[in-house]
Design a protein around this ligand. Sequence first.
Ligand code: AMP
Ligand code: MG
Length: 413
Amino acid sequence: MSDRLLSYAEAVEKVVAYARSLPLPAAESVALDAAYGRVLVQPILADEDQPPFARSTRDGFACRAAEASAHANLPVAGFTRAGDPPPPPLPPTAFWEIMTGAPLPAGADAVAMLEYVERSGSLARLLPPRTLAHGDNLVAQGAQARAGDTLLPVGARLGPAQIALAAACGYAKVVVYAQPRVAILTTGDELVPVDAVPEPGQIRNSNASMLAALVAATGGLPRVLPNAADSPDALDAALASALDADLLLLSGGVSAGTHDLVEPALARLGARFRFTGVRIQPGKPLVFGEVPRGNRVLPFFGLPGNPISSAATFLLFAAQVLGALSGAHRIGPHFVAAQLAHATDRKAKPGLTRFLPAHCDFAQPGGALPQVIAVPWHGSGDMPAFARANCFLVVPEDAGILDAGALVRILLF
Ligand code: AMP
Ligand code: MG
């Protein structure tokens, strides 16, 4: 193994630093209901107090806590449903029947839950031994936010909770970063399209579909180009059609074989290579750099063609650049802690950080840590094994064998 190759840590540091140096993407306005996963360019402000009126959080009886806690029968002075206008002020020593989400009458400082109230005709009383304290079962106007407060900052990613908040504040449209366009160019004479029947010696092009899924899941807009044959002319023509993308992913043709023509083709475009090769397994031949395009550059990753190598190097490296291109503020592979259920095999690979396809089971009784098991596999082309995995298990450089029960890091996908 060559000492020139970067370690995993060095390579990921280079990629993350590069990702952070990229200019921010353009902004566009999209319908809120189509904005899931996008990153905000505008802050989300509260258009009014949240909640906009003091409201009940229970079906029951609005009251003064001290009066109700005396357990006397009090008159029920009225009834307000969710959606009704705010009722008049609560008369002295009275209940006001109310539903969850309805505005409280002024003067009420608590809501007695329906379950704990005994109603007889127009009278009601709080059943002993229950008592009420000021503020029980209600949310005061503005308790959650004040009109004009910034509720989501620029750079926040819109998940379900953030979309709900934007909707509550009246944002039918939001200004978000444009999605990066990602060109996907697979290479290899042996590859046929997914709807073709391979001749002897041929295989179907699975990386195109897999990478398109990974790109979409990472916030990019995939554009799958026709597979390129292993010839300089075919590669030059294919690359020419990819140059208008924001990120270029190539698959295959980057190891040291005589048909590995991707690097020379990129070099003919004036590519600057930031690294060629990383001390990882799988994925060692990974290539990362950029092609000049006028006053801009096109970042590229040359992913090794074996499907598990392509997936690992995408998730570890390319996903960070794609994240930055989609406006994400938190960049970097995000690992999760888990406990190893079985010792890893003894095939140590000195000097390589390994990313083994693994299955992590999060459904642990009694608060135990998620349990992870490396999936038995026949190398980085083993797609049936990969499809049984839901993460990569990190085996640090020179760790050798990892014992059962060890605390490990995993990268979910
Ligand atoms: P390469 O990186 O081009 O040397 O390819 C390494 C291995 O991955 C070979 O067995 C290829 O047939 C396989 N491979 C390359 N590209 C793809 C692809 N797009 N889909 C499925 N397998 C591929
Ligand atoms: Mg190839």
